[in-house]
Design a protein around this ligand. Structure first.
Ligand SMILES: NC(=O)c1ccc[n+]([C@@H]2O[C@H](COP(=O)([O-])OP(=O)(O)OC[C@H]3O[C@@H](n4cnc5c(N)ncnc54)[C@H](O)[C@@H]3O)[C@@H](O)[C@H]2O)c1
Length: 359
């Protein structure tokens, strides 16, 4: 098992990453000094796999435990779901000291996190991520959110958990496409911050796909460590945290143009290739690194070409992205594998040329 400390002053907490550690949740929570009631928020699918395990661990540690289900899907990451959960929490007699545990992927983590941040002006939160994306990314850093109308992830709060327990064994039941999608974010960490990690991924991809426990623990821990380092410097997302958006400028545009028919990880993979090609076009990055990134993404099962020919529409979508400032499109570009910088100074003509070459 690996333990990573997140140092954020009064909001500090630890992330535990290991095999079969979900059953220790209750005990760890007790050691943090919490007692009384504990509510697990999850969805029916994840509940079926891991709900009883977590509930039993809470009961064994002396908690009065309850499991609440929200339907599975991004469309349920909503104010309506939050409203139902507030009601159910009140019916259970949840108090200021009641702990909320988010058991599931990023959807559950964001929604349950938002509910924990707002119910009674904030109750203790524990993240129990069960997808690769949630273990490497969304359960760390304290961003919680719901979607509302056209606003995606824009209603929310920065709210740090009291601990995060990422049990690698839960990845065994994850559908392959979810694992593949999560790998896009894992590869992203290598490009933005750690060349050695990128090499590790190149060497161990087969073992990752074979769900080798040791390798999965290593890649989740390394990804989490990199995210923690970034969040410790920029908790509220005012500067450095932007580098986590590597691949997301074109990625978000792809999601928007395809009306979210393309999976997030796939969109980010395309975006990472685009950003890397832009850097090569600007003579900032060696062309060989574009090839390395493409090879790794493709081996992981990710897309590296534009799955449509509507380059103009992608350009348009980028201009409407919330990250556009003063009409300038912001890119995170690599200087080398393991090193990126943020720029508003990429001419649209270059972006259009690169996208055209990616069809
Ligand atoms: N807060 C943040 O910093 C942050 C960062 C990135 C993404 N996000 C959010 O995360 C969400 C995406 O998260 P996701 O990719 O985890 O998707 P998800 O939560 O929808 O989970 C994907 C699917 O896998 C299922 N699942 C989860 N764990 C499983 C398991 N162990 N075995 C079998 N099936 C399992 C889920 O029920 C779901 O059907 C988006 O809403 C996104 O906005 C948040």
């Amino acid at each position: 098992m690996k333990k990573i400390d997140v140092r954020l002053g009064q909001n500090s907490y630890s992330v535990y990453i290991g095999v079969g550690i979900l059953s220790q949740t209750g005990q760890r929570l007790k050691e943090l000094g919490y007692n009384g009631k504990a509510v697990v928020i999850t969805n029916p699918l994840v509940n079926r796999f891991y709900g009883i395990l977590v509930k039993q661990s809470l009961l064994d540690a002396g908690y009065q435990a309850k499991v609440l289900e929200v339907e599975d899907g991004e469309e349920y990451k909503s104010l309506e779901s939050a409203g139902k959960l507030y009601q159910q929490l009140a019916e259970f007699g949840a108090e200021r000291s009641t702990v909320i545990l988010a058991l599931g992927g990023g959807v559950i983590g964001d929604l349950a996190g938002f509910v924990a941040a707002t119910y009674m002006r904030g109750v203790p939160l524990v993240q129990l991520p069960t997808t690769l994306l949630a273990q490497c990314d969304s359960s760390i850093g304290g961003k919680t959110a719901v979607n509302h109308g056209q606003l995606k992830n824009e209603i929310g709060a920065f709210y740090q958990p009291k601990m995060t327990v990422a049990d690698i064994s839960t990845l065994k039941t994850l559908p392959t496409e979810e694992l593949t999608g999560g790998l896009a974010e894992v590869i992203k960490y290598g490009v933005i911050k750690d060349a050695q990690f990128f090499v590790y991924l190149e060497k161990h991809l087969d073992l990752i796909k074979a769900l080798d426990d040791n390798v999965l623990e290593t890649i989740v821990a390394k990804s989490a460590q990199i995210k923690v380092e970034v969040v410790e410097i920029d908790e509220k997302d005012t500067g450095l945290r932007n580098i986590l958006n590597f691949g997301h400028t074109v990625g978000h545009a792809m999601e928007s143009v395809t009306n979210f028919q393309i999976a997030h990880g796939q969109a980010v993979a395309i975006g990472m290739v685009a950003a890397t090609k832009i850097a090569a076009e600007l003579d900032i990055l060696d062309l060989g690194n574009v090839v390395r990134l493409k090879n790794l993404l493709e081996k992981a099962g990710l897309i590296t070409k534009l799955p449509l020919t509507k380059v103009k529409q992608v350009m348009q979508a980028m201009r409407y992205d919330k990250k556009v400032q003063n009409g300038k499109i912001r890119f995170v570009l690599p200087r080398a594998i393991g090193q990126v910088f943020i720029t508003d100074n990429v001419s649209p003509a270059i972006v259009e040329k690169v996208l055209g070459e990616m069809i």
